[in-house]
Design a protein around this ligand. Structure first.
Ligand code: ATP
Length: 248
């Protein structure tokens, strides 16, 4: 399977603190990979390096064969990489359709005109299609501020889908959701095209282990182990890392 993201020997130092200490990661196209680990393990820092939000102190990031180590995040969508954030980016006063439309227009570098062009019309139709892929067809004309928490998360996913990504980085997609909403979100992620690569940080083990084919466990800026959800679940070292911090 072709590799879409390669992280080699990445370290990140914040002053004297070494948040990442030599991370190697090779992610295959269509792979579903979850990164777990206790607070402060370096998960978000690794995400930020892959997404181009911070440059590593040493090491390299290659996305689809291109060295992106020092390329800023704005270049990532062109390489097929989309990221969701824990903090909602949707405009609360705009509808689901309008938010997705803006994500489509932004990705294509189009500016909104005072009059509608045929291309704008096509993008509004396309917004309906993107909404349906994020299971938001019924909410298409609802303003984002009135969506339930789980639906707002779906809108975040829809806005990422609008950029037509090959790789999606999902930053704790299930955080703050109810049990029912987490179930629905996991089902939605499972419904995505199998060619779409998903890399997620997730504290919710049920969601992480359900979605992922491979789980990477981090602690203190290092990769402690990697394996299938079953292998990670059964590993005594992983239990030890979580003991007293979080229940595995
Ligand atoms: N901008 C920064 N400046 C200084 N230290 C930072 C910065 N960002 C992160 N750190 C530190 O780097 C370490 C790793 O943090 P990081 O947020 O990557 O961990 P995490 O695994 O994502 O944790 P959490 O699960 O709590 O989000 C922590 O000790 C954190 O305090």
């Amino acid at each position: 399977m072709a590799s879409v993201v390669q992280v080699t020997g990445v370290t990140v130092a914040f002053g004297g603190l070494r948040a990442l200490r030599g991370i190697d990661l090779d992610i295959a196209q269509g792979e579903r990979l979850a990164i777990i680990g206790p607070n402060g393990a370096g998960k978000t820092t690794l995400f930020n390096v892959i997404a181009g939000d911070i440059a590593p102190t040493t090491g390299a990031v290659v996305i689809r064969g291109q060295d992106c180590t020092y390329r800023p995040s704005r270049h990532r969508p062109r390489l097929g990489l989309a990221r969701t954030y824990q903090k909602a980016r949707a405009f609360a006063g705009l509808t689901v359709r309008e938010n997705i439309y803006l994500a489509l227009a932004g990705h294509r570098g189009r500016h909104r005109a005072l009059w509608w062009s045929p291309a704008d019309r096509a993008m509004r139709d396309e917004a309906s299609d993107v909404a349906s892929r994020a299971w938001l067809s019924e909410q298409i004309d609802v303003v984002a501020g009135e969506l339930a928490h789980g639906q707002r998360r779906q809108l975040e996913l829809a806005m990422a889908i609008a950029t037509d990504p090959d790789v999606m980085l999902l930053d704790e997609p299930a955080s703050g959701l109810s049990r029912g909403e987490r179930e629905r979100l996991a089902e939605l992620l499972e419904s995505f095209d199998q060619q779409l690569t998903l890399l997620l940080i997730e504290h919710d083990m049920d969601v992480a282990f359900r979605i992922a084919q491979r789980v990477v466990v981090m602690a203190d800026g290092e990769q402690v182990m990697a394996g299938t959800p079953e292998q990670v679940r059964a590993d005594p070292h992983v239990h030890h890392i979580y003991l007293g911090t979080e229940a595995a």
